[in-house]
Design a protein around this ligand. Structure first.
Ligand code: FMN
Length: 377
């Protein structure tokens, strides 16, 4: 397994992940919907934004701290909820949570992470849970389990009324949604055996392959409902609000109107997100939508953003456009795949040091001073 000192950028982590993972799993992480235009736009849109630096200011080591929903963060980069993280590395969701904690930030456990909320109940907080549910009954069960397992924040993802068409998965012969069982494992055998290190680590970690690969056992509330869709309405979000006393975030808004609807339904924060370009192909790049959402609800609730963040400078741009913090998905999954928890830690460390360097070069002494005046119009 590679060591984390080989990761000096998110692109390094991606290269290592590609080398370590069976193709079917790398493509599951790396791919997006249809022609992957929205996915590519997320990254491109950040590159199109230029800074407006100030010189000769002798900026001291800049402060990167932020507060999100009352939680002080040393780094304003949260780890987004991602499905099937245990397929990347046996450290799985526990390793991700521990890496987040070490970096002074928060990770959000996906309802389909392959780890149950109870699996993380012993981990120190803060811990947040992301909800998908096909029915209110299922939502109620999962909310209760998240509460009983000590999760403090709940993130409701509203952009998955159907699963996006992920063509790499279709080409690779992966059933939708991705699930591996002995039969599909045999079908995909040549890809798996081309990555003996990964296969060895998975086998040695001693958790049954089926349990690791499939979200359903972590979701007993699911019954026989296939988790291919999570069709929440704003009424459902209100219904959830009545049952959840902690911070509530709505993830997946792409307009000022929907951000206002989320606030109206009782959300404390919204995440401007297109699911990393994995859902609606043709959805706009998130950083282009961010100013509209900040204008619409920024004075009432907190606004976060994810999608396409690959450099510390991208985080700085998002904060300058009014985000309170950002989330990353693939960057930490690449790190996890490459070298487990230490890979996630290293990706966060790389983003922290890139952010710091960017802020010094920009002449900005604190993340809380970032606003539109640091960007070219
Ligand atoms: C492999 C993978 C699985 C994901 N699973 C979920 C999920 O279970 N729930 C969810 O709300 N978002 C999920 N997402 C979306 C992420 O939470 C996040 O919005 C996205 O990855 C951000 O874009 P980025 O990967 O460019 O950073 C997933 C993303 C990836 C790459």
């Amino acid at each position: 397994m590679p060591t984390s000192d080989r990761i000096n950028s998110v692109a390094d982590a991606r290269r290592l992940a590609r080398r370590v993972l069976p193709r079917v799993i790398f493509d599951y992480v790396d791919g997006g919907a249809e022609d992957e235009v929205t996915m590519g736009e997320n990254e491109r849109a950040f590159r199109e934004i230029s800074f407006r630096p100030r010189m000769a200011l002798r900026t001291p080591e800049p402060g990167l701290e932020a507060t999100v929903l009352g939680i002080p963060l040393a780094l304003p980069v949260l780890l987004a909820p991602c499905g099937l993280v245990r397929l990347m590395h046996p450290d799985g969701a526990t390793g991700v949570a521990r890496a987040a904690r070490r970096a002074g930030t928060v990770s959000i456990l996906s309802a389909v992470a392959g780890s149950a909320p109870e699996d993380l109940s012993g981990e120190p907080g803060p811990r947040w849970f992301q909800l998908y549910a096909a029915t209110r009954e299922m939502a109620g069960t999962l909310i209760k389990r998240a509460t009983d397992s000590g999760f403090e924040g709940l993130m409701v993802t509203v952009d998955t009324p159907a699963l996006g068409k992920r063509e790499r998965d279709i080409r690779n012969g992966v059933p939708t949604p991705l699930r591996l069982d002995p039969r599909s494992a045999i079908q995909l055998g040549s890809q798996v055996f081309a990555r003996p290190g990964w296969a060895y680590r998975m086998a040695r970690s001693g958790i049954a392959f089926r349990r690791r690969a499939n979200p359903a056992p972590a979701m007993p509330g699911a019954g026989k409902v296939a988790m291919t869709a999570s069709p929440f309405s704003w009424d459902d979000v209100e219904w959830i609000r009545e049952r959840w006393t902690g911070p509530l975030l709505v993830k997946g808004v792409l307009s000022g109107e929907d951000a206002a609807a989320a606030a109206g339904a009782g959300a404390d924060a919204v995440v401007v997100s297109n699911h990393g370009g994995r859902q609606l192909e043709g959805a706009p790049a998130t950083v282009r939508v961010l100013p509209e959402v900040v204008d619409a609800v920024g004075s009432r609730i907190e606004v976060l953003v994810d999608g396409g963040i690959r450099r510390g400078g991208d985080v700085v741009k998002a904060l300058a456009l009014g985000a309170r913090a950002v989330l990353i998905g693939r960057p930490y999954l690449y790190g996890l795949a490459a070298c487990g928890q230490s890979g996630v830690e290293k990706v966060l460390e790389v983003l922290r040091s890139e952010m710091t360097r960017t802020m010094i070069l920009l002449g900005c002494g604190s993340a809380s001073d970032l606003d539109g005046s640091w960007l070219r119009g």
